[in-house]
Write a protein that binds this ligand. Sequence first.
Ligand code: OAD
Length: 237
Amino acid sequence: MKKKIVVLTGAGVSAESGVSTFRDSDGLWEHHKVEDVASIEGWYRNPALVLDFYNARRSQLATVKPNAAHRAIADLENEYDVTVVTQNVDNLHERAGSTRIIHLHGELTKVRPENRCNEMDGFSEETVFDIGHDSISLGDLAPNGAQLRPNIVWFGEAVPKIESAIDAVEAADILLIVGTSLQVYPAAGLYAYTKADIPIYIIDPNDVPVRDGRVHHIRNVATKGMEEFKNLIKSKN
Ligand code: OAD
């Protein structure tokens, strides 16, 4: 039976594709107020601003490509049973060939009707649909007559996929964390669900706030770090 690897990714894995991270210098949150464009309160206050922000992200996605790190993660499937748990809303893991991906924070290319009564209760997957790289505007309605909104998990909203992510992490034989500052919960707490004796690898050029004796920190960018990771696990198996 193949060993199980969970790969938890954040914005850093897409940085070398030209997608901005959030908290690095010149990152997205330096140019936009997170509470305006990525919170449920921001959506209620000024939905047009929020739609513009995600329309720009969605059209930029059409111009970028997966990088060698996305491809190396997809290639792990040749030898391992791989689940990618990503905080990223881009589709670069899919385009690189990964087949089992949990999008904790939603997906840029998908939209759904807003539900002002109970956003906190989550939503039904059946009402989510693909719009590719198109824009949406105020007045664009779903078949049920409600305003369309990005299928993104905003601050202040539930994270419907967290349970399946926890299940995957609990079953993992190896946890690999790539390019996330681990500042945002519940994603940042996922590593605590690992079995006690498994190795944890972190690929990030900067410090990451995990104090755990099992962690092997590969202090490099994602593309080079994935090469190091592959060599390391090859020598261990
Ligand atoms: P951050 O911007 O917080 O962190 C990016 C991480 O990537 C940092 O630790 C960087 O050191 C690292 N990094 C930068 N360049 C890299 C490279 N070339 N290779 C590898 N690592 C690199 O992004 P996230 O941790 O993904 O949520 O942010 C988590 C969530 O916060 C996002 O999903 C988003 C944001 O607010 C929502 O919008 C709901």
